[in-house]
Design a protein around this ligand. Sequence first.
Ligand code: NAI
Ligand code: BAL
Length: 500
Amino acid sequence: MSEAITQQQCQNMLANLELPTRAFINGKYVDALSGKTFTTLNPATGKPLAQIASCAAEDIDSAVQAGRSAFEAGVWSKMAPADRKKVMCRWADLIEDNLMELAIIESIESGKPVGECYAVDLPETVNAIRFHAEAADKLFDQVTPTGRDTLSLVTREPAGVVGVVLPWNFPALMAGWKLGPALITGNSVIAKPAKLTSMSTLFMAELAHQAGLPAGVLNVVPGSGASAGGAIGLHPDIDVVAFTGSTEVGRMFLEYSARSNLKEVLLECGGKNPQIVMPDIADLDAVAEQIVASAFWNMGENCSAGSRLLVHSSIKERLLEKMLQRLDQWKTGNPLDPENQLGALIDEGHMNKVLSYIDKAKQEGCRLVAGGGRLFPESGGYFVAPTIFDNVTNDQTIAQEEIFGPVLAVITFDTEDEAVQIANDTCYGLAASLYSNDLNVAHRVSAAIRAGTVSVNCFSEGDMTTPFGGYKLSGFGGRDKSVFAHDQYCQLKTTWIQLK
Ligand SMILES: NC(=O)C1=CN([C@@H]2O[C@H](COP(=O)(O)OP(=O)(O)OC[C@H]3O[C@@H](n4cnc5c(N)ncnc54)[C@H](O)[C@@H]3O)[C@@H](O)[C@H]2O)C=CC1
Ligand code: BAL
């Protein structure tokens, strides 16, 4: 973020922003058919921000009809990939032109620090849309090696109408990860943002329309999970649902699919991700910095958060000391103050859930070494101090359950085998980090970890060229990011031609 921008400037810009609060269906903002709205709150103050259209089954029907009509008309689905690319790149440009406005909207809705939204989330969203757009006219279909008497073509066709159900922790970025590949492959999309964070996705839809995306191709339906989300899951005319959120709700989408039309279901769910530090590591300062970032970035509200530190017992004390020094440099406070790296948790219920995990860890005998409670209650906001517990064993609650908040469990090991065993002793398998100066150890351990992404000597989700998703209860059916994401929004068509 620009050095010059201040909290006051953010506040001034916010005062002049027209917040998008209505559903976006068939190319225009509309009220929910019932006329109902819900109140969205600012997690940093607990005060109301806006009244948002509360969409339900009838609005989902209307959005699906718009999406299906656009699909059948071919206004987007039959457009040449290179032309779709132009529209998607214009959309990315418009998001970039409105980066500050979107960063402010994202920050006030989600409690995320505005600096982070401006410098990371929104640029990454633009990057995701551009990456998928640019791939459109560079990915080829195939001719299979059948022999001279036949010609066999394997071509990708857009799946049809795609439902996209989004979480609140990275609202714009997760929209970019899913809308990018779903739209560029020619589908129509019905996107449901998380109820708590609807506005950035609505604004993005308006910008897509301005960029030339035909009416009906991208529809955004804010609303509750059970009502709007359930209606998407059960809809007989939606072909694919792509979901990011909890494993519990992910399972529901599989049930919805089984009960309706066997729509394809793509799930990106939770994680309880290990960060393993081997005793051979030379630069403990660098490791400490990565560990803290992995555990506390985005207030720990991150599916790939490294919420379990697995450290060799011989170096634990030294590493912990360096981590505490690093943590001192992280400032928590008003998300609209660009000086702060950590903001508020998403809502009161979630804050209380995180605080109850902290209480549980204390009861179970874990040693509190940092944080341990709520911050700034007088603000009305949902702030929790970054918290570290030492002397945790992997069977304890905070080592097994996804807390989705700023709580790190420190666990020791004595052998490589033990580190791998503990790392894999979880129902999840999304991400892991490994720190070692020994290339053999790095290869051996990363191969043994059952997770979709293993980062070595850093904490990373990779970049747009790499797929993102999980093993075990972390995922099902596909991957976000990379060119691999395109296929999951397509049908593969075989055309078998008998030649004379
Ligand atoms: N990226 C991730 O891995 C995320 C994981 N979570 C985990 O889930 C926990 C709960 O957070 P929530 O926001 O409640 O996540 P969630 O899984 O309930 O919500 C994710 C999306 O699913 C929708 N949804 C909720 N209930 C639904 C239902 N019955 N039918 C259809 N759609 C439904 C929501 O409206 C939202 O758009 C968090 O504490 C965290 O552990 C939450 C958000 C993101
Ligand atoms: N870290 C990006 C994916 C997620 O948290 O949902």
